[in-house]
Design a protein around this ligand. Structure first.
Ligand SMILES: [Zn+2]
Ligand SMILES: [Zn+2]
Length: 237
């Protein structure tokens, strides 16, 4: 779409601010006064998942110390606090797909060099179950994958992973049950042979069990290195 058409469209469907959800002026993605309201990740971070660690002596967070990790590393933009929660709810459930462009723009502004250094062959979104997809209309992880692909030129493979069954809401399970639950629900059966290094995208990283289950499925399908890019990351469990 051309810039003029884009501008006309923005009069009817203005972009919304990912913090306060109000319309933002054309050409902007966030209100000036909302800039800085997200809690962006800053060091020291866990060398594996990218979560902030409070104990400066440790190299890995509690979750990464106590669980086997087969993904190489993770990058996340911000802490999953109240502002992030509201933003992600809008992005996920209320059709605010444009937040995806903001998140990815910020991730690339801060971590573009690192992402480039991974030399990934493909970008793959964490899948959601088909019935959830039908109800919601889109998969937020897929929007992030598309946006990251569009800006980096790394191809996206949207159907590389699929959910074979509906998982119970993870919140109600302890970490071990959560791991088993998700691990048996993830499959990859259409990964092209040339894909050795993958960037996995998702909106939120919490215990790491979803990222790990996806990584294992991708590795069974032939991938060697998996990196994880998420918008938000929960504090340690
Ligand atoms: Zn705002
Ligand atoms: Zn960690």
């Amino acid at each position: 779409m051309g810039k003029a058409a884009d501008k006309v469209l923005s009069l009817f469907y203005p972009h919304r601010c990912p913090v306060c959800q109000d319309a933002v002026p054309y050409g902007r993605r966030i209100c000036p006064e909302c800039q800085g309201k997200f809690s962006y990740i800053h060091g020291p971070v866990c060398l594996r998942c990218g979560k902030e660690i409070t104990d400066g002596q440790e190299e890995y967070c509690y979750d990464c110390r106590t669980h086997e990790r087969t993904f190489r590393a993770g990058i996340s933009l911000m802490n999953y606090d109240a502002a992030a929660r509201v933003s992600i709810q809008g992005f996920k459930y209320h059709g605010r797909r444009e937040y995806g462009a903001y998140y990815i723009e910020e991730i690339l502004r801060l971590y573009g060099g690192r992402i480039e250094s991974w030399r990934a062959d493909a970008i793959v979104p964490v899948p959601c179950h088909p019935s959830r997809l039908r109800r919601r209309g889109y998969n937020q992880a897929e929007i992030l994958a598309r946006e990251l692909s569009r800006r980096t030129g790394i191809p996206e493979i949207l159907d590389a992973l699929r959910r074979t069954k509906k998982t119970q809401p993870q919140k109600q399970l302890d970490s071990e049950a959560r791991r088993r639950n998700i691990e048996s629900a993830m499959a990859s059966d259409s990964l092209p042979g040339w894909v050795k290094t993958v960037i996995l995208t998702d909106d939120i990283y919490t215990s790491g069990s979803t990222a790990e289950a996806c990584t294992r499925a991708l590795r069974r399908a032939g991938a060697r290195n998996v990196y994880v890019v998420t918008v938000c990351i929960g504090r340690n469990s």
